[in-house]
Design a protein around this ligand. Structure first.
Ligand SMILES: Cc1ncc(COP(=O)(O)O)c(C=O)c1O
Length: 421
């Protein structure tokens, strides 16, 4: 046995069920960055006091979590590292010396990209979209050291800021390309590798083809003991579309929609795939997924790709107050969920998506979900909770009381003291 180095690329073998169906397989293979396979946990729903989980229990719904929040340590964890295994293998094969990517101020994607880049010897350059761009520039505010930004900075990322308006005007791809050009022109780097928002393209999304193969193999093992077991629904958050493209194309192919199937799908109906959009519109996501499917070389006539995508997945509008904004109900759901299950969801993606699915989508027709097995693909993002600390403080103070221990008997009579003297 030998220990692998993260920058040792190895060939990627497309699963049998996808052979000939996705023809643009990344030629440079993948890296070892993620802890795979991620486990699947059954979540406790028989829990009193949690209205939403009790409701699942009442409907006899079992909910399973595919723990992609556990793909890595705090720097790499979440869904992005599956994409980065392919993207950074491509960057190394092309002899790049830096990576440029883009996202929101608390972007999980930027944080994971920065850490993974350092792991394989590339310099991370991050463009962060923030309304505070001018204030940070004028030094009336600081970008700070919280959540994802803390880790961006701990790996020495070079950070560029822009406002949402500037981001909208130029577009994220153009901004990334312009920073790459600037790095070359200024002789800072010879060959920066551009990664578009979320790493959602035809290379990165193979990470979730691989993820679906992993899930199907786990189902196959589970079915050896419980042959009747099948998944009825798969639910996850979508933000830039790459995870959704990989999961929905992967599941459709693994259940034999275009031919070969994975053995675990035999005799089973394909689960319904639900992508909960945390920004943009469902149409935007259908079109983005179709574009990614084409980039991946899906074996369909171009005019049929969008229809294939629409048949594979339902995109729900789950953005609530808008990208990055939370309602009190969403935040309550996240705290009640961690209180009942011990699992941390995030306010921007996983928590918002699951909240929206369980309270709106499922409640539109609860009987359609009775006696079903739902898999929630937990895509990580817990560092995003740091930003909501102030909004959560009142709830957390009452959920998690703090009491002074008094071992000398010096605080007798004071309130909020446990007397152990
Ligand atoms: C925690 C988390 N979940 C889900 C997503 C959405 O994934 P995608 O961008 O592939 O749609 C993201 C994207 O940033 C994320 O950070």
């Amino acid at each position: 046995m030998s220990f692998q180095s993260p920058d040792d690329a190895y060939p990627y073998q497309l699963p049998k069920w996808a052979e000939g169906k996705l023809t643009n397989v990344p030629p440079h293979g993948r890296l070892h960055l993620a802890n795979l396979p991620t486990p699947i946990h059954k979540v406790r729903t028989a829990t009193s006091g949690n209205k939403i989980l009790s409701r699942l229990n009442e409907l006899n719904i079992s909910i399973y979590f595919k723990r992609d929040d556990a793909t890595g340590g705090v720097e790499l964890g979440g869904n992005k590292v599956r994409k980065l295994e392919f993207l950074l293998a491509d960057a190394l094969a092309k002899e790049c010396d830096a990576v440029v990517t883009i996202g929101g101020e608390q972007s999980n994607h930027c944080r994971a990209t920065a850490a993974a880049s350092r792991m394989v010897g590339l310099s991370p350059h991050l463009i962060l979209r923030t309304q505070r761009a001018d204030a940070v520039h004028d030094q009336t505010e600081s970008l700070g050291f919280t959540g994802n930004v803390l880790f961006d900075r701990m790996v020495g990322s070079t950070i560029y800021t822009c406002t949402a308006g500037e981001y909208g005007r130029l577009g994220s791809n153009k901004l990334v390309q312009e920073v790459c050009n600037y790095l070359i022109k200024s002789k800072t780097h010879n060959q920066p590798y551009p990664i578009g928002v979320g790493g959602s393209n035809g290379v990165g999304s193979f990470g979730y083809i691989n993820g679906v193969d992993e899930l199907m193999n786990q189902l196959q093992s589970f079915q050896e003991a419980s042959p009747d077991f099948g998944l009825d629904h798969i639910v996850f958050a979508t933000g830039s579309g790459g995870t959704a493209a990989g999961i929905s194309l992967g599941i459709s192919l693994a259940y034999g929609k275009l031919g070969n199937a994975h053995p675990a799908s035999r005799g089973k109906d394909m689960p319904n795939i639900h992508a909960c959009g945390v920004c943009d519109t469902p149409d935007y996501f259908y079109n983005t997924m179709a574009d990614i499917a084409k980039e991946m070389g899906i074996a369909l006539e171009e005019s049929k790709v969008l229809e294939f995508v629409r048949d594979s997945v339902t995109v729900h509008q789950g953005k609530g107050k808008g990208y990055g904004f939370s309602t009190n109900e969403e935040l309550d759901f996240i705290t009640q969920f961690s209180l009942s299950t011990g699992i941390a969801l995030d306010p921007v993606y996983s928590g918002k998506a699951l909240y929206h699915f369980l309270t709106n989508v499922l409640e539109e027709d609860p009987e359609a979900y009775r006696n079903s097995n739902i898999l929630f693909w937990h895509t990580g993002g817990a560092l995003g909770i740091y930003e909501k600390g102030n909004d959560l403080s009142q709830t957390l103070e009452s959920m998690s009381p703090v009491t002074r221990i008094d071992i000398y008997g010096k605080k007798a009579g004071e309130s909020n003291v446990v007397d152990l003297s």
